[in-house]
Design a protein around this ligand. Structure first.
Ligand code: GZL
Ligand code: ZN
Length: 327
């Protein structure tokens, strides 16, 4: 009889725990050193992490917005280590400079997942990577342009992302690989707009001063830069998009970017999918369970071009696609 009662009492306590949700100390503590708040892409990525790594899902998320400041990001990771969090996720502002702090974290026995972008550190210094292939995104943009120009000349201006960011390096190098096959293309200039709308506008204004009337292609390495470039071209009376004098290519395919693509203001928007937190959570769950997990998981992308354009490298944008997007 006694055993039964004890059983009931224990069961009751466990049930109470369950209904009250897991207790604070049972939450899995995840640190996320986020790039910053430079773009709509980043906002969508941050919201996605906050939705997925919630207390209801059993997590305590410490998200630090590192404001595009590399030193602040390294410090945030060091602080995560000192707080002895369970897992550390890093979306690296810069590709370089990670070896020392990653070694410290590894010595402290905390698993590290590199997310979104890439780093130049040896892969033995982190446990997993979840992100997109921005080199391929650049190749896609190049292949689409070659297909559409079909041998016609291109005088190209490029607004790059943040200096030293793998997303900028990848897109620049991927596009350059295709450009190398086209002697009829000329890259007039390529400067960083730091993935921001102000940066895109400032760089485009300076480009217009130097190259007005000489360019027929503008490539912006994210949608927010493209919004700035559009403002600068509007102010200078330069037409762009379908039927315009300038082909406008962007990256990210955020909601507003795809709206501009649907409207024919963007000729092409190459997707870079920010909805990555579920994949990262899947890796952490395997780590928690002591199960095998993939070292590298690619989050797939596609590309969208304006209606009326057929392409082997991009999907024709429609209202249905826009309405069905997660971000
Ligand atoms: C790409 C991501 C880039 C986006 C920008 O993976 O890191 O950073 O393209 C964002 O919009 O600022
Ligand atoms: Zn060619």
């Amino acid at each position: 009889m006694k055993k039964k009662i004890v059983g009931l009492v224990l069961f009751g306590a466990a049930a109470a725990m369950m209904t009250a949700g897991v207790s604070a100390e049972d939450l899995i503590k995840v640190g996320y050193a986020q790039v910053g708040h430079e773009s709509d892409w980043r906002t969508a990525n941050t919201q996605n992490y906050q939705d997925v790594f919630s207390e209801e899902n059993g997590y305590e998320l410490s998200l630090v917005d590192c404001d595009n400041d590399n030193a602040a990001q390294i410090e945030a990771v060091r602080n995560f280590k000192d707080q002895d969090l369970d897992y550390i996720v890093i979306a690296p502002i810069q590709s370089a400079g990670w070896d020392t702090v990653l070694q410290e974290v590894q010595d402290a026995g905390i698993p590290v997942i590199i997310a979104d972008r890439e780093i130049e550190a040896d892969e033995s210094l982190y446990d997993a990577w979840v992100g997109t292939n921005t080199y391929n995104e650049g190749v896609t943009a190049g292949n689409w342009l070659a297909e559409q120009l079909d041998g016609a000349e291109a005088n190209i201006l490029q607004i790059e992302g943040s200096v030293g960011a793998s997303a900028a390096i990848g897109r620049t190098n991927g596009f350059a690989e295709v450009m190398a096959d086209h002697s009829e293309w000329k890259l007039l200039d390529s400067q960083s707009g730091d993935f921001t709308q102000d940066g895109g506008q400032t760089v485009m204004e300076s480009f217009i001063k130097s190259y007005e009337g000489q360019f027929n292609v503008v490539i912006c390495q994210n949608d927010n830069e493209a919004y700035g470039a559009m403002d600068a071209m509007d102010a200078a009376g330069i037409t762009y998009g379908v039927g315009g004098d300038v082909i406008l290519i962007s990256y990210d395919a955020t909601h507003d970017g795809l709206q501009y693509t649907l409207d024919g203001k963007f000729n092409l928007d190459v997707e870079c999918n920010p909805i990555q937190a579920e994949v990262v959570k899947g890796v952490i769950e395997k780590m928690v369970a002591g199960e095998e997990f993939d070292k590298n998981t690619l989050v797939t992308d596609e590309a969208f071009n304006a209606p009326g354009i057929t392409s082997e490298f991009a999907t024709e944008m429609t209202q249905e696609i826009l309405d069905g997007r997660a971000y």
